[in-house]
Design a protein around this ligand. Structure first.
Ligand code: GLA
Length: 511
């Protein structure tokens, strides 16, 4: 009893001593798997505010004795969310913390344990290394059609591991996705941890052997992608490639990776958002990839800043994100998808606009909305990168992701831009010329009540009357022929739904 009293007295004294030290300064919150987040803390009495680097809303909270509590509420397209940090001070410059944050799906909350410790701001914001003079990069000859595959982010965020990726590769084959054309398995944020004594980037405990993982995916006849950043850290704080571009490109090539998604986020600590810095930083990795002597698809991810579609190909990109992140929500998908129509001329073989990955099958939209998503992405010639759990797909999800006739529009070798006709209220008609005397026509109802949407057969400019030829038409979601008669075709289209039609000049009957 006496001992406990003495211990309590000692702890009480140290508590008092520790709590007196102001929290003002720069702090790093790190979790065991390599994710770090940086904060500027400001203490006034018991009140603490924490401004997270790159985060929109500051955290506010209190310090009582050794107990630190911080919360931040933010609005996303899925609602208002709250992130909560709770910690106990271990010493002047160190707290043991837990962090509760919303997951990818509604109602999900994830708790992580980590350490909050005071750090030197200069170490976090390293000196800016010179970027190469801007110079057009040669075409690497890859992805003549929009790339197709799967990426971990939309479904898992960084909560996945080597086993998940292997199972996804298995499911890519067993579900028929690979046969439908999906071939890249892309490991997004969450695999890296730090660098070894030679400065080589290494995987974290969930990804102990990135080469073995690549070998496994290759053994299935698939290709594999990896993720890094021009910054010292990627968005969620895992290791990035800053200052190690050539070394990392060599490592990715030696491990056998076929695709690199290179995400800006953490580069904000080093470079400006100005186009020259963006282009220079992306060019730097393009040059490094070229030196690696492995064909690696290069995917730029900087959310469309600096009109990347105007210089992405010059910087060596095979595809570039044209927008901020998609979410599994009608409003997000509809807004992003239709905004692409103004920049279609910048996309083509080897150099694609990327309106972000698919959400089909993640549960936040209706089947009609997902058919709209898939149809729109196909008409836009967008990369088709599934973002759902391939291991547990419903038949409906499979029928959307593996609709061969819709995929064929996306992959059409003519790669012609889609054309918009002036919208009538919330009804949109998009027309995409295809190879072999055909066109795809998408009738989109962006409104929330049923609509009738029409197009004139002669607006398709298929010249079917020349030489006595006629037209044939097909509904690509119902998988059935449409009678070509009269001047116009009119279809009832459900709210947020689509009717996707392929019209072709019928070959002349040779009998
Ligand atoms: C950014 C990208 C996403 C994903 C995350 C990972 O937000 O746009 O696609 O890669 O980073 O943190």
């Amino acid at each position: 009893m006496m001992q406990r009293l003495i211990l309590g007295f000692i702890l009480g004294c140290s508590t008092y001593a520790v709590a007196q030290t102001s929290l003002d300064g720069y702090w790093e919150y790190s979790v065991p798997n390599g994710g770090v987040t940086f904060f500027s803390l400001k203490q006034t009495g018991d009140t603490v505010t924490a401004t997270e680097d790159d985060h929109r809303t500051p955290f506010v909270g209190t310090i009582h004795g050794n107990d630190l509590h911080l919360t931040s509420k933010f609005q996303s397209s899925n609602g208002i969310f709250e992130i909560v940090y709770d910690g106990v001070r271990q010493s002047t410059d160190r707290f043991e913390m837990s962090r509760n944050a919303p997951g990818v799906r509604p109602g999900e909350v994830f708790e992580t344990e980590g350490i909050l410790q005071r750090v030197d701001r200069e170490a976090v914001y390293p000196a800016r290394l010179p970027l190469p003079p801007l110079q057009d990069q040669p075409d690497n000859g890859l992805v003549r059609a929009p790339p197709m595959g799967w990426n971990s982010w939309n479904h898992y965020h960084d909560r996945f591991d080597d086993a998940t990726v292997r199972q996804t590769a298995d499911a890519m084959i067993s579900s028929g996705m690979a046969a439908a054309g999906y071939k890249y398995i892309i490991v997004d944020e969450g695999w890296s941890s730090s660098r070894d004594a030679n400065g080589d980037i290494i995987g974290n405990s969930r990804f102990p052997d990135m080469k073995a993982l690549a070998d496994y995916v290759h053994s299935k006849g698939l290709k594999i992608g990896i993720y890094s950043s021009p910054g010292p850290q990627v968005c969620g704080g895992y290791q990035g490639s800053y200052g190690h571009e050539e070394q990392d490109a060599k490592t990715f090539a030696a491990w056998g990776y076929d695709y690199l998604k290179y995400d800006w986020c953490g580069a904000r600590r080093v470079y400006q958002r100005a186009s020259a810095d963006l282009q220079g930083a992306y060019q730097k990795m393009s040059e490094a990839l070229a030196k690696s002597n492995r064909p690696i698809v290069y995917s730029l991810c900087e959310y469309g800043w600096g009109d990347v579609w105007k210089w992405g190909a010059k910087a060596g990109g095979n595809l570039w994100r044209t927008t901020g992140d998609i979410s599994d929500h009608w409003e997000s998908m509809d807004r992003i998808g239709f905004a692409q129509l103004d920049i279609q001329q910048y996309s083509g073989p080897g150099h694609w606009n990327d309106p972000d990955m698919l959400e089909v099958g993640n549960g936040g939209m209706t089947a009609d909305e997902y058919r709209t998503h898939m149809s729109l992405w196909a008409l836009l010639r967008a990369p088709l990168i599934a973002g759902n759990d391939l291991r547990t797909m419903s038949e409906e999800t499979k029928s959307i992701l593996m609709n061969a006739e819709v995929i064929a529009i996306d992959q059409d070798p003519a790669a012609s831009p889609v054309q918009r006709t002036p919208p009538q209220g919330t009804s949109e008609v998009l027309v995409r010329p295809l190879s072999n005397d055909a066109v795809a026509v998408g009738l989109f109802n962006r409104g929330s009540s049923p609509a009738e949407i029409s197009f004139r057969w002669d607006s398709l400019h298929l010249n079917a009357t020349l030489g006595g030829k006629s037209l044939e038409a097909r509904d690509l979601w119902k998988h059935e022929a449409i009678a070509v008669s009269g001047d116009t075709y009119t279809a009832p289209v459900p709210p947020h739904g689509v009717v996707l039609v392929r019209v072709a000049v019928k070959p002349i009957d040779t009998f």
